[in-house]
Design a protein around this ligand. Structure first.
Ligand SMILES: Nc1ncnc2c1ncn2[C@@H]1O[C@H](COP(=O)(O)OP(=O)(O)OP(=O)(O)O)[C@@H](O)[C@H]1O
Ligand SMILES: [Mg+2]
Length: 257
């Protein structure tokens, strides 16, 4: 079995950056020892999708044996370069990727698949996607949410990770308690109290009075460690795109495990 010892830089300490121009990394363990499911939240334009792109590329570089699947509900401009790659789906087709990743999880849980290379499903605009599914077919939407819940609950030890972004993680798309299954919670941009109440209710006092610009905000790690974070700008966007395109261009059945 692969020995995991992996770190992911999420961003930089906001105060150190703004007050002293020091780039102090905020990094997390992304091995299966730790819950590395990620939720990114914040109002439109707060920098979620941009941050996501940065996270994916860092994950790809940290996990050369990783498999990545990208669900982009609204076909966002930030991810235009990924369109057409085999492991990318937008709009009505996002759930195809969920089915693939869910099956991979089940194969690992049943013992049929003994590999443990990291598998990550990234889902941009998850909340909006679930709301649209609920509008079309409630039963199907519930099935989708249940699969996601299972990945959140069982994925860690099977090296299957879920990353999603949404503006507001309302309870309708995050059934009872499921918001607590994310080891890494990031809220970006202008402070919207209701989002903090949903994702980090125990930390409202610490956040009170803070102001954040685009690409800045709060990260809560494993429910206990709160940091103010700055995402920073990607220095070489063409390289970022190239790395992402390459990772998502692997064939679905290719199996690099
Ligand atoms: N950290 C950053 N540095 C530089 N530019 C950024 C940063 N974050 C976001 N941007 C730019 O700001 C714009 C809005 O960001 P982004 O699309 O990521 O927002 P969003 O939160 O995903 O919004 P929506 O919910 O509407 O999708 C984009 O053009 C993006 O390139
Ligand atoms: Mg976005």
């Amino acid at each position: 079995m692969t020995e995991f010892n992996r770190e992911l830089v999420l961003g930089y300490d906001l105060e150190q950056w703004n007050n002293f121009a020091i780039k102090k990394e905020i990094s997390v363990d992304i091995s299966p020892r730790t819950n590395s499911h990620i939720i990114l939240s914040g109002m439109s334009g707060s920098g979620k999708s941009y941050a996501e792109l940065g996270l994916i590329v860092k994950l790809i570089l940290a996990e050369p044996d990783g498999e990545y699947y990208f669900a982009d509900y609204k076909a966002d401009d930030n991810f235009e370069c990924l369109r057409g790659t085999p492991r990318y789906r937008s709009f009505k087709k996002t759930t195809e990727l969920l089915d693939i990743v869910y099956e991979r999880l089940n194969d690992r849980m049943s013992g049929k698949d003994k590999t443990r290379n990291p598998i990550t499903l990234i889902w941009d605009e998850y909340m909006a996607n679930i709301l649209a599914l609920i509008g079309e077919d409630k039963k199907e939407a519930t099935k989708v949410m249940n699969k996601v819940s299972e990945i959140l609950l069982m994925g860690r030890s099977m090296a299957v990770r879920f990353i999603c972004s949404c503006q507001r993680p309302d309870a309708i798309a995050f059934p009872v308690g499921s918001r607590l299954n994310y080891g890494i919670v990031i809220i970006l941009g202008g402070v919207v109290k209701s989002i903090y109440e949903m994702l980090m209710p125990d930390y409202l006092e610490q956040i009170k009075g803070q102001e954040f610009n685009r690409g800045e905000g709060v990260v809560l790690l494993q429910g206990i460690e709160l940091n103010f974070i700055k995402i920073g700008q990607m220095s070489d966007i063409e390289r970022v795109k190239k790395i992402c395109i390459e990772a998502l261009s692997k064939s679905i059945k290719g199996g690099e495990a």
